[in-house]
Write a protein of this length. Structure first.
Length: 135
């Protein structure tokens, strides 16, 4: 059962974050679709009829928290799922109601341990602006 925080479950807060991330991709000209909970990833991002990014979205609602830990298994899964679609895997994360940040799973796996720590990443908006300019 989901823990309720101020009347809204953590699950609902996570879904809202996924929609917010989806909308950022859409504002930058991509077709982005939030996938069902049973999907192996949270958001599929397409352009020109091909899958460009496969996104795993993570957030925390804990006020004042400035990092998130995710399992190496989750990171490996998003890489594997993106590979099947010939897409770039991304982990997008955020804190409370703040900005969305992006991390690159291949880079995350260079760290040791059972989990990887996400903090101080590149803003998703800036990443997309530079990605579009490079294309």
């Amino acid at each position: 059962m989901d823990k309720k925080v101020s009347g809204v479950t953590n699950y609902r807060k996570g879904v809202r974050f996924e929609y917010r991330v989806r909308d950022i991709f859409r504002r930058h000209g991509y077709a982005a679709e939030r996938k069902a909970a049973s999907s192996p990833y949270d958001i599929m991002v397409m352009k020109g009829g091909r899958v460009v990014f496969v996104v795993d979205a993570k957030k925390t609602s804990v006020s004042g928290k400035k990092h998130i830990h995710i399992s190496r298994d989750d990171v490996s899964k998003i890489i594997s799922n993106a590979s099947v679609l010939n897409a770039q895997p991304l982990v997008v994360y955020g804190f409370n109601m703040g900005d969305a940040f992006v991390a690159f799973p291949e880079e995350l796996l260079k760290n040791d341990g059972k989990t990887v720590r996400l903090e101080d990443g590149m803003l998703l908006e800036k990443f997309l602006q530079s990605y579009i300019q490079a294309a």
